[in-house]
Design a protein around this ligand. Sequence first.
Ligand SMILES: Nc1ncnc2c1ncn2[C@@H]1O[C@H](COP(=O)(O)OP(=O)(O)OP(=O)(O)O)[C@@H](O)[C@H]1O
Length: 277
Amino acid sequence: MKNAIEVRGLTKRYGDVQAVKGIDLDIRRGEVFAFLGPNGAGKSTTVEILEGYRKRDAGEISVLGVDPGRPTREWRSRIGIVLQTANDAAELSVLETVRHFAGYYPNPRDPDEVIAAVGLSDKANKRVRQLSGGQRRRVDVALGILGNPELIFLDEPTTGFDPEARRQFWELIEGLAQTGSTIVLTTHYLDEAEALADRVAVIAGGRIVAEGEPATLGGRDTAKAVVTWAEGSVETSTPTKTIVELSRRYDGEVPGLAVHRPTLEDIYLKLIEAPRD
Ligand SMILES: Nc1ncnc2c1ncn2[C@@H]1O[C@H](COP(=O)(O)OP(=O)(O)OP(=O)(O)O)[C@@H](O)[C@H]1O
């Protein structure tokens, strides 16, 4: 089986709200895949259906070869889930917490090894309550990977992190990806998606409005560049030529020269503002 996840025609309605309006999706094994989209777009609904925690109205879904609408214990043990809310086994130490949860899995990883993998070895005997927010999040990830999952879901994993903690967390995820796990994350941080994801899907209004590699999403790689300098700016598909001409005009150094290509955020903001219905 090449794909870890296959989705065809997924829909979900809550009362009057059509939260998911027909999503098709393939996520390959070993891939890091990110869902992007504004608040209320349908990301959590989609992910919770894939995790087997929410019923769908219609559509065909396979997650690791199983329909998540009929989850089995064995299937659940192959999936790791890191939710938005931090765990609160606060009075236990990190090691006690990890050991406790290891008891729920048929073939758990070694607790010490998992604690080392998330960079908490020197905090193993500290109470979870005494850890910083970022460190607690690492405990969440430790619990998410404890069962040796083939597929890991991470919901907004770095919300509230300082920039350094975020970078460290990215390294942790990259390390997990290198071990061959499939990783599905939701995030509101475009730089995070760019740093981590092999592919992203932008969900807006219950549909996937764009899907692809961060570098090429929405025609990003072929979009025109904007050359700006102290006295003007021009949009062009041949910025090097423009700069050569400017350099001649100024007889050398061009004052205030900058070349701007669309960032993932520029593309994302355009994608989600386009009319959809
Ligand atoms: N349990 C529920 N009952 C009723 N409506 C819901 C429920 N859960 C979600 N919705 C609605 O479905 C739509 C999609 O919500 P969802 O949580 O999937 O969005 P999201 O993309 O995950 O948003 P966020 O970025 O804020 O987490 C929203 O309009 C939301 O109000």
